[in-house]
Write a protein that binds this ligand. Structure first.
Ligand SMILES: Nc1ncnc2c1ncn2[C@@H]1O[C@H](COP(=O)(O)OP(=O)(O)OP(=O)(O)O)[C@@H](O)[C@H]1O
Length: 232
């Protein structure tokens, strides 16, 4: 596949904290540019590990990850941090919003690290929060928001630096079905803007909207399919 934005070769991860856990074993996969991809599989079988490696948040034990033409495992830590900040937005399962900050400030924080001026930070944060339907919650703190609303703040924050790729780890895990539906609409809109979205999920509704499905079992790739059902 020539148009892959993310590609892995024999990607493996072994955790060794007193005892060895082989979390990922020689995974070869490609994710097409602009696609909405999901990573599925049983609990504890290596999905989050894979997502973290794809986003350069962790280093593999062996094997390689390419983001466009850049091989992430060969770049130094500071360059990796720069690539992450510029190209990738992350949304984690438990949101990781800072509790003492408002929605607006939580989104601004991401841009502060990228050196954007304060005025620009505020304008863009407000714009993004409007985009995810939280224009009336700019001054609310996370504990004044519902789970679905917090998740949308996390998405706005992940989009702050206009990343090409959005990586999400079980974004709908704690949401009721209505909030999940709203979240899916937001994710669809982000994908429609041309961004590549990769979602670790147990949700069939999320999987149903994905154009590309990756199945992981026992740390191994069991399937890598597009919606036409063609195996790659
Ligand atoms: N930092 C770590 N140190 C040691 N072992 C880890 C670490 N992170 C994950 N593991 C182990 O690696 C394996 C894969 O974990 P991972 O979190 O990738 O699974 P998962 O498929 O995302 O699970 P879930 O669906 O429950 O989130 C598990 O056995 C887990 O206990």
């Amino acid at each position: 596949m020539n148009n892959a934005i993310i590609r892995t070769e024999k990607l493996s991860k072994v955790y060794d904290r007193g005892f060895r856990t082989v979390a990922l074993q020689e995974v070869n996969l490609q994710i097409p540019r602009g696609s909405l991809a999901c990573i599925m599989g049983p609990s504890g079988h290596g999905k989050s590990t894979l997502l973290h490696l794809l986003g350069g948040l962790d280093r593999p034990s062996s094997g390689k990850v390419w983001l466009d033409e850049v091989e992430l495992t060969s770049v130094a830590a500071d360059r990796l941090a720069e690539i992450r900040a510029r190209k990738i937005g992350f949304v984690f399962q438990f949101f990781n919003l800072l509790p003492v900050l408002t929605s607006l400030e939580n989104v601004q924080v991401a841009m502060m690290l990228a050196g954007v001026s304060k005025k620009e930070q505020q304008e863009r944060a407000a714009e993004l929060l409007n985009l995810v339907g939280l224009g009336d919650k700019l001054r609310a703190r996370p504990n004044q928001l519902s789970g679905g609303q917090r998740q949308r703040v996390a998405i706005a924050r992940a989009l702050a630096n206009d990343p090409e790729i959005l990586l999400m780890d079980e974004p709908s895990g704690n949401l009721d079905s209505r909030a999940e539906q709203e979240l899916l609409e937001q994710i669809g809109q982000v994908n429609d803007q041309g961004k590549t979205v990769v979602i670790v999920t147990h949700s069939e509704s999320v999987a149903a909207m994905a154009q590309h499905r990756i199945y992981i079992r026992d740390g191994q790739l069991m399937g890598n399919m597009d919606t036409t059902g063609e195996n790659r």
